[in-house]
Design a protein around this ligand. Structure first.
Ligand code: 2M8
Length: 725
């Protein structure tokens, strides 16, 4: 792992430790001195990577305050910390409800139910699953009660959608989505209970917090709830704020999936959570989708209509896997636009909480524009679920770089990234820990697989040795082969997302045809390729396809590293010679240079393949050659006519992905190991810096490189060898 990640992991853990109260972690040192509902879920996810005991304790402490009707309160108050937050127990007066738990001080509302997801993560991340099982057995009935409460009390027409009745229940307090419903509440100052805001006493700029008008309405609703003695029936009858929110319902839907898996682990029936998942997903898809708007909207049960507002909550059904393919595509187009900071836009961070093009967008005001780490974390997973990995990666990139560059803040300016709200914020630290562990320590799981297969495969494999030969004129073979590679690209590669559908490809007639043509390579003379462009395109496409062919033929499951020396031992017979992927890459396309991991050049002094060496080396090929792994460039097809433009595009995409992180505040740059392995091809370290500078978008980052080009500290990012499946 890069040193900088190791340093920041330590800082993140330090933040969680400082916010630890003895039985749970508060969201932030002073602004939020109690235990919060969904913060606990995110924080437990972070802790699950290194401290199972505390992760479990977080969750159990929260559930100790679960209401008797199953509701899990938004806040569990710490009796030792009273006096610094508003509203506290004296204002909530939850003792008016027969359901509030004895001996616990809580608020009287709930929050998005992320907890089953956190519990599943704790189980997945522990090194001793057996010792975590008793926890699963203890917590499962409580999770079930929580979800049952939501479906029983908050889904009266039983349509699968839960309503929230206070903006605080959404977790996105002053989101513009609530404006219209809140404005409906006419405030009469004479009857509104007196109160004093405490949130502005912690040095936070009031312009970055909800307004006083908002607070009046928050208070009005709490007052209404206590007057109704927290009786859901009475509240429902009189509450002017009843909204089915896509964020809340998507988290619930996704949590049902975890709940079903937990049930299976402990030998319970997953049927109920399964049926909830199905029902809620369907209801989200049907009722919350706004066809003209092209997004999911919240549904206002009081005015009986969708609330057409463009916030990040509208994308959240991706996280639940609740959308159709078409809906996902439309969401993706919206998400990847200037409204929410498009790929390579360069002057913004992904994903602002509210459409940047709308009036009322405010880059620094709380849930009205800034970037929030928990939203990025969920949406990145949602995008991955639908295969939008490049965009997911850009969300992750910002999730990583914002805390490193600007501190572990509560939220971040959507344009210049400055951190706002509380410092040392719990879920920012916790989800950073999760991401770094999931993506940058992935090497740890590969070792065992590699060891298992090692030994089974020691010799070389010639993929086109034997089998049916094509009935085709040898002069036409290269053209037909390239055409077929293109067909494979169109049908089985997703160039936008950088993925290959290996399973479908394996059984397809197109791939069988390709294999027959590949057999024909045995009688092919590469010297017949004319012109630099034709050679570049042929060898680049062939490299990419030999890798795909080998992954399919050798049934690689998780990583090409399962096959020792994959790139050296898997070969095609072409004419009278054998060519491995390494021969094509280091021998032909890189001008026969010694790769960094091997003592010799691919082609020795008398090797006839030297005649095929292509010079000068074009370093952009490193962003076109696809090694079947997540960290390499997205797979594409390169055609003779447009290959230079395509290489240009490939380089630009790579330099602006999470494989290049420019961190001016840290005085350094983190870049893919590709730049270290092939430094020579770029003309040394200076050449690498110039290359990055040329392709990078974003003035701030370019300025930093320009100013420091002579002495720029560089660290290299871990290379993710997991399959680009
Ligand atoms: C914020 O909400 C609380 C009320 O719940 C507040 O403003 O006082 C929100 O960002 C919410 O999502 C978060 O859980 C809470 C604590 O971090 O702070």
């Amino acid at each position: 792992m890069s040193r900088i990640f190791a340093d920041y992991l330590e800082k993140a853990r330090g933040i969680l430790d400082n916010n630890w109260t003895g039985s749970s972690t508060k969201p932030a040192p002073s602004l939020y001195p109690h235990q919060w509902n969904w913060d606990t879920g995110f924080i437990a996810i972070g802790r699950s990577h290194y401290d199972t005991t505390r992760a479990i304790q977080e969750i159990e402490t929260l559930f100790e305050a679960q209401w008797l009707n199953g509701m899990l309160p938004q806040i569990v108050f710490n009796p030792k910390e009273l006096g610094h937050y508003f509203p506290e127990p004296d204002f909530w007066q939850t003792e008016r409800s027969p359901h509030s738990p004895a001996g616990k001080l809580t608020s009287g509302i709930t929050m998005p139910p992320i907890h089953a997801i956190a519990v599943e993560k704790i189980y997945q991340n522990t090194r001793q699953p057996r010792s975590v099982r008793p926890f699963l057995e203890r917590i499962y009935p409580k999770l079930l009660e929580l979800h049952s409460y939501l479906y029983r009390e908050r889904d009266i027409p039983e349509e699968g959608l839960i309503y929230i009745r206070h903006p605080w229940e959404s977790g996105i307090d002053n989101s513009p989505t609530w404006d219209v419903a809140l404005k409906r509440i006419a405030i009469d100052k004479t009857s509104l209970p007196a109160y004093t805001r405490k949130d502005l006493e912690h040095g936070v700029d009031p312009r970055m917090r909800p307004s006083d008008d908002d607070y009046d309405r928050y208070v009005y609703l709490v007052d209404l709830f206590r007057q109704c003695t927290y009786d859901e029936f009475r509240i429902r009858e009189s509450c002017p704020f009843l909204i089915q929110d896509p964020l809340f319902n998507s988290i619930l839907c996704r949590a049902n999936e975890s709940l079903a898996r937990i049930a299976e682990i402990i030998g319970e029936s997953p049927e109920v959570p399964h049926s909830w998942t199905k029902k809620t997903a369907e209801a989200i898809r049907k009722k919350l989708w706004h066809e003209d708007h092209g997004m999911f909207d919240a549904y206002d049960l009081v005015s009986d209509q969708l609330i057409e507002v463009d916030t990040s909550a509208g994308f959240m059904p991706l996280y639940a896997g609740a959308t159709t393919r078409e809906q996902a595509k439309r969401l993706y187009d919206r998400l990847n636009s200037a409204s929410f900071c498009a790929l390579h836009q360069g002057n913004c961070f992904t994903i602002p909480n509210y459409d940047t093009q709308k009036e009322g967008f405010d880059r620094s005001n709380y849930w009205r524009g800034p970037v929030w780490i928990n939203i990025n974390w969920m949406l990145a997973q949602g995008l991955r679920r639908y295969g939008y990995t490049v965009k997911a990666d850009s969300l992750q990139k910002d999730l990583l770089q914002l805390p490193i560059r600007f501190g572990f803040h509560e939220y971040f300016d959507s344009f210049d990234g400055i951190g706002y709200g509380s410092k040392d914020f719990g879920w920012t630290a916790a989800l950073f820990i999760d991401l770094v562990n999931e993506f940058y320590e992935s090497e740890k799981s590969e070792g065992s697989v590699t060891r298992k297969i090692k030994g089974l495969f020691a010799g070389e494999t010639i993929l086109n040795d034997g089998g049916e030969m094509p009935e085709i004129d040898p002069d036409k073979l290269a053209g037909e082969l390239m055409h077929t590679i293109r067909v494979l690209r169109d049908k089985f590669y997703d160039t936008n997302r950088g993925l290959v559908d290996y399973d479908r490809l394996r059984d397809s007639s197109e791939f069988q045809h390709y294999r027959i043509l590949a057999n024909g390579l045995r009688e092919f003379k590469p010297s017949c390729l004319m012109g630099r462009k034709a050679k570049l395109a042929f060898w680049t496409n062939l490299y990419n396809t030999i890798v795909v062919d080998a992954i399919v033929t050798l049934r690689v499951k998780q990583s090409v590293r399962e096959v020792p020396e994959f790139f050296r031992k898997v070969k095609y017979a072409i004419g009278s010679h054998l060519f491995s992927a390494d021969d094509i890459e280091h021998g032909i396309l890189r001008g026969n240079v010694r790769p960094w991991f091997y003592p010799m050049r691919p082609f020795g002094p008398r090797d006839q393949r030297r005649a095929l060496i292509l010079t000068p080396v074009d370093p952009r090929i490193h962003f076109a050659l696809v090694c079947g792994s997540r960290s390499c460039a997205p797979i594409g097809y390169y055609d003779v006519e447009h290959i230079y433009e395509q290489l240009e595009e490939a380089a630009k995409s790579f330099v602006n992905s999470s494989e290049v992180l420019v961190l001016p505040e840290e005085g350094k740059m983190l870049i893919s190991e590709i730049f270290r392995w092939y430094e020579k091809d770029f003309g040394g370290k200076g050449g690498v810096i110039d290359f990055i500078f040329d392709y990078l978008v974003g003035e701030n980052a370019r300025h930093f490189i320009r100013e420091n080009s002579l002495n720029l500290p560089i660290e290299y990012l871990h290379y993710d060898w997991n399959l680009n499946r």
